[in-house]
Design a protein around this ligand. Sequence first.
Ligand code: AMP
Length: 121
Amino acid sequence: MRFTTTLAMANDTIFGKILNGEIPCDEVYSDDLCLAFRDIAPTAPVHVLVIPRQPIESLRSAAASDQTLLGHLLLVAARVAKQEGLTDFRTVVNSGEAAGQTVFHLHVHMIGGRPLAWPPG
Ligand code: AMP
């Protein structure tokens, strides 16, 4: 029951709508576990989001059983970076509003194509 509620909520996000084809995206990679597409408001020449097909609200709500999936998302981010011709890139996962999360469907930002300052804001 709890899972059903979580699923319905997560599918209400903009990324849920992208996953079920309700709204389009600029896809760069897809497999059984995840989808990667270009961010609509890129912060760098390359800015791709990698999202699980399974609706997980945030990294903070991921479970031990998500371990393989989480590793897969990072490997796909690296694969897409290579596909985009990047050797240097940054991966970011914002968890929670105060950390900058605006879409509550877990996603990995893969950003590159320009020098990136550290620390972030
Ligand atoms: P975050 O702030 O970490 O939750 O990241 C959400 C990201 O989703 C932002 O960088 C947005 O620009 C991006 N975004 C929102 N809507 C879309 C969309 N329809 N297609 C692609 N990226 C989107």
